[in-house]
Write a protein that binds this ligand. Sequence first.
Ligand code: 4NP
Length: 152
Amino acid sequence: MNLLFVCLGNICRSPGAEGVMRHLVAEAGRTDAIHVDSAGTAAYHVGEAPDARMIRAAARRGYDLSDLRARQFTVADFDRFDRILVMDDANYDNVCRLAPTLEAQAKVERLATYAHGHTLDHVPDPYYGGAAGFDLVLDLLEDACTTLLKEI
Ligand code: 4NP
């Protein structure tokens, strides 16, 4: 099973999701069976480490994001991944626009639908906000990734 998390810049939300899910997968002893990656729909931050605010917020919860580097989502990702989890409606539209087939498009889902302990229908972009936004993102990601992994 190959899982891809997608946001806009691949420096805040989707690397956070990658770190949370890797941690949960390792805890469940499924590292050999479940592969996790992340990407951004935009190329602004390609090659960069995650945002320092996200690295710090994640580190406080025991997730090490410091080795991750941003990359842009490409059409080849539809072949390489079984499930593509996006953070918001703009990500959903941008990824679906690149889908070569209906089967590829059907791989795209909104991650927030798995966050059963929260009422938000998207994972809000924390980039222009304060530190609390990063903690809300991590709360949502932990909630959603726990549910998603149980389902898998
Ligand atoms: P992300 O957050 O999509 O969660 O990585 C953002 C990162 C960068 C920008 C916007 C959102 N930006 O405009 O550069």
